[in-house]
Write a protein that binds this ligand. Structure first.
Ligand code: ADP
Length: 337
């Protein structure tokens, strides 16, 4: 599909270039031969007329006019052939330039389509995994002749877990698919946002005996309250997921009056991220190597893509500093009120 689009666009660009070039050449030819045409007409009439009434023009004068007439014809032919060769060069150079331009034009569309296709295939794969697990569990249970109430309950509990996974996956996909261009922003006190986000991850933190240390003042940022709560919940959730038990998470905020921004950082003392993984962690479905932690950490690799999308919608910035085995620090820069 791309090959034909590329060929068509190249052809269109070439047509435009040739239309301009041929148009320019025709006008140039008309302008530059107008005077030659006038002179040619004068010379022709001189050659046909007698020099004085009743007298023939001297031979050398007629010869001179004939030479001049030939020069005019030659000059016009020269202009014509020069313009034709110029247009042949333009066709060749224009074809190469058009191909290059068409390729440059289509490149972002092509990479966008590729990313979309990858996203769709990753999403289908992730959606299929829990469905396959549920299907095979149900099939095994149906084949069994002695399915007790206890077995049935176990099956339903396991199916419910898979449904929860599917629910969170489809919620993540929906958030990424939403095409919000702008958000209704309002002044949001950071303390309140962090408190709300902390409430959402409290049970997970308790389970791992992870405590929070909060160092914020009265910073207020411009943003959409619930998106910001979602953003910090995602970062806190990751900080908990990728930290061992009984560690601390530090949440701090600082204002940079010069850039009119507030930086809110979430620092954990967890497993950290390898330098080679850092450039990819915001990609959809990207999950770094988990072999360094012994526990199986749930997730689909969508959290940071959603976080990045929220930050972008706020015209903010997200920074990551991380060291394997020491921990990670995510800093979000948002516009101050
Ligand atoms: P998920 O957590 O579902 O895998 P994310 O998009 O939230 O997806 O994160 C992408 C990857 O970035 C994770 O798989 C993990 O390897 C890494 N990561 C994110 N946050 C942290 C963190 N605080 N500490 C260590 N690794 C992290």
């Amino acid at each position: 599909m791309f090959k034909t689009a590329l060929q068509r666009l190249t052809l269109w660009y070439l047509c435009i270039i040739m239309l301009l070039s041929v148009g320019f050449s025709i006008s140039l030819y008309n302008v530059s031969t107008r005077e030659l045409n006038d002179s040619q007409k004068q010379l022709e009439s001189l050659l046909e007329q007698s020099f004085f009434p009743g007298m023939r023009a001297p031979n050398n004068f007629q010869e001179f006019n004939r030479v001049r007439l030939q020069q005019i014809v030659d000059s016009r032919n020269k202009i014509k052939w020069n313009l034709i060769s110029y247009n042949i060069v333009i066709v060749l150079a224009g074809a190469a330039a058009s191909y290059f331009l068409a390729k440059r034009t289509l490149e972002p569309i092509e990479s966008n389509l590729e990313a979309q296709a990858r996203f769709t295939s990753d999403a289908s794969h992730e959606l299929r995994t829990p469905l396959t697990a549920m299907k095979s569990e149900i099939e095994v249970a149906l084949r069994s002749d002695e399915l007790s109430i206890k077995d049935a309950k176990n099956l339903l509990t396991s199916n419910l877990e898979e449904i929860d996974k599917l629910e969170s996956l489809s919620a993540g996909l929906l958030k990424l698919a939403q095409n919000d261009k702008t958000l209704p922003v309002e002044p949001c006190p950071i303390n309140e946002i962090i408190e709300e986000a902390q409430g959402r991850v409290e049970s997970a933190a308790k389970l791992k005996q992870i405590s929070f240390q909060i160092k914020t003042d009265d910073e207020v940022v411009m943003g959409e309250r619930w998106s910001l709560v979602e953003l910090f919940s995602l970062l806190l959730d990751n900080a908990i997921k990728y930290s061992p038990k009984q560690t601390k998470i530090l949440i701090a905020a600082e204002t940079k009056p010069r850039t009119k921004q507030v930086g809110i950082s979430i620092q954990d003392h967890g497993y950290g991220i390898a330098a080679t993984d850092i450039p990819h962690i915001f990609d959809r479905f990207y999950r770094a190597d988990r072999s360094r932690s012994k526990e199986v950490i749930p997730g689909y690799g969508l959290g940071l893509s959603i976080a990045k999308k929220i930050v972008d919608l706020h015209h903010g910035r997200i920074e990551v500093h991380s060291q394997l085995g020491k921990g990670s620090k995510f800093t979000i820069w948002l516009p101050v009120v």
